[in-house]
Design a protein around this ligand. Structure first.
Ligand code: 5GP
Ligand code: ZN
Length: 112
């Protein structure tokens, strides 16, 4: 499959890894948009939030736990932002579900 995040999961493309378990991988974004910017992704290839169903939605709770744990480890106690771009209008460039976690600075109050 021609998916860059599946290649990162498979170890075919290197990443700066923060966390890994049987379901989830987290790594720093290659083009950070904030002092702390990492991505949390399911290991299963799920295209986007639009592909979440009753069968695969449990991964979202797991990803939430990982985000909270990593935000704490990255000293984001003053807050952070979680973004999931979805589809063309959401400006999603990688078609493998991912959650951006941005922090380390006071972010804009604007959503976009
Ligand atoms: P999107 O625009 O799809 O919401 O976000 C994709 C993100 O993946 C971007 O922030 C981009 O910098 C990041 N990204 C794309 N390719 C790679 C890569 O090979 N390694 C890492 N660490 N991040 C990547
Ligand atoms: Zn994938």
């Amino acid at each position: 499959m021609d998916c860059i995040f599946c290649k990162i999961i498979a170890g075919e493309i290197p990443c700066n890894k923060l966390y890994e378990d049987e379901d989830v991988l987290a790594f720093f974004d290659i083009a950070p948009q904030a002092p702390v910017h990492f991505l949390v992704i399911p290991k299963a290839h799920i295209e986007s939030m639009a592909a979440i169903t009753a069968e695969n939605s449990r991964i979202l709770a797991k990803i939430g736990e990982v985000i909270a744990k990593l935000a704490n480890e990255q000293h984001l106690e003053d807050g952070f932002r979680v973004i999931t771009n979805t589809g063309v209008n959401g400006a999603q460039s990688v078609k493998h579900l991912h959650f951006h976690v941005l922090g380390g600075v006071k972010l804009s109050e604007s959503l976009c």
